[in-house]
Design a protein around this ligand. Structure first.
Ligand SMILES: C[S@@+](CC[C@H](N)C(=O)[O-])C[C@H]1O[C@@H](n2cnc3c(N)ncnc32)[C@H](O)[C@@H]1O
Length: 376
């Protein structure tokens, strides 16, 4: 969950903020109704209200949203901003909005609930011809040399072999993991290849399906290939764009997908790269073939976060759609509490429904978990 400091860092990114401020100023007309989806502390809501919106609905389950009424009041905008401290899925608006403004991306556009929440908002909370900010993101990949990122992973991978142990699985996991480059931001000079556009997210229509694309990259600089960089070019509205390409220092950073082994490449070589991701960005696969000028394969790696995520056989089974789940004892306890949660009993009374073999503190904790998720 983001902290207030995190929201401060987002608001302090001048490239991102300047683009959003220009897009909001263009899209919001006097009298507009605006939905700020994933508002955080509400910087976009304030900009929309100042641009003349008749009503701004700021939606975010993060308690940091409670800073917004005070900030809005300090700026004379409180009467036009309504806050909804909830997930957008649980929100209904008194009227549909003319403008959606949102930035729920992470290192890439495929992050948590970004696409799904926007689709839900388009269907339920926005007018049919509403303006959507951002309009789209183009997703790019390039081959990079980064001794710093590579050494960081190598140190961790070789640590499994400390004290004379052999632990190949540790290295296997580390090279099949999706990383951000925050610890060692990638510079433009780290790029070894041309950039390849492997997918496009059009927020008006993107339905959250898995994304995939294959690109041919020209090697433009000789060096040692350590991995792939992923970045996006955002189009907020026509003509209002920004990029997170290597060399740009925006708050998002970039993704770094390591190659299984470092490979020396020279100008004239080529790389064929296939990237695949599920919409929430929690599963990635990358297939990298490096070819010399004659077309002979120098190296070919097939990698996936599937091989980088420790999981028990039981967890894998549960993740399948053909699994037939049976309620656990904890599930039975939750059902009893939810059934009895009718506005009449206190948390302490609901906790009494738990088995006496559990400590009072643990029972209260379980009820509080259920209250946070399902109580109103
Ligand atoms: C990257 S922050 C952006 C904050 C702020 N809008 C900004 O751009 O500075 C994304 C926010 O989206 C919120 N969020 C994620 N899914 C959401 C959903 N379905 N409904 C409402 N908010 C959501 C998160 O809690 C988080 O505060």
């Amino acid at each position: 969950m983001y902290s207030v400091l995190d929201y401060g860092r987002m608001a302090a990114d001048p490239v991102r903020m300047d683009a959003y401020a220009r897009a909001i100023a263009r899209a919001v007309k006097p009298g507009s109704v605006v939905l700020d989806l994933g508002a955080g502390t509400g910087i976009f809501s304030l900009l929309a209200a100042r641009a003349g919106a008749r009503r701004v609905h700021a939606v975010d389950p993060n308690p940091a949203i409670w800073l917004l009424p005070e900030i809005a009041a300090e700026n004379g905008l409180a009467d036009r901003i309504s806050i909804h401290p909830a997930l957008s899925y649980d929100v209904e608006l008194p009227e549909r909005a003319d403008v959606l403004v949102s930035d729920m991306r992470g290192v890439t556009s495929l992050h948590a609930d970004n696409a799904g929440a926007i689709q839900d908002a388009l269907a339920r909370l926005l007018k049919p011809k509403a303006t959507i900010i951002p309009a789209s993101d183009a997703l790019f990949v390039g081959l990079v040399e980064s001794t710093a990122l590579s050494e960081r992973l190598e140190r961790a991978a070789s640590s499994f072999g400390s004290y004379g142990f052999v632990a190949k699985v540790g290295r296997e996991m580390i090279v099949n993991t999706f990383y951000g480059d925050a610890s060692h931001p990638l510079a433009a000079s780290d790029l070894l290849s041309s950039a390849g556009g492997w997918a496009n997210v059009d927020y008006a229509t993107y339905d959250g399906r898995p994304l995939e694309g294959t690109v041919d990259l020209e090697i433009t600089r000789s060096g040692v290939a350590h991995g792939l960089a992923l970045w996006f070019e955002a189009k907020l509205l026509e003509g209002i764009t920004f990029t997170t390409a290597p060399g740009w220092c925006l708050v998002y950073g970039r993704a770094f997908l390591p190659l299984k082994d470092a490979v020396r490449v020279v100008v004239g070589d080529r790389a064929r790269v296939a990237v695949r991701a599920v919409s929430r960005g929690d599963r990635w696969a990358w297939d990298t073939e490096l070819l010399d000028a004659q077309g002979a394969t120098k190296a070919h790696f097939r990698q996936s976060t599937f091989f980088g995520t420790p999981a028990s056989p039981q967890a894998l089974l549960k993740a399948s759609t053909t699994f037939r789940p049976q309620r656990s004892e904890r599930g039975d306890r939750a059902l009893r509490v939810l059934d009895t949660m009718n506005g009449e009993r206190t948390v302490a009374e609901l906790a009494e429904l738990g088995p006496s073999s559990m400590s009072q503190a643990r029972r209260v904790e379980e009820v509080h978990d259920l209250v946070a998720r399902y109580a109103k």
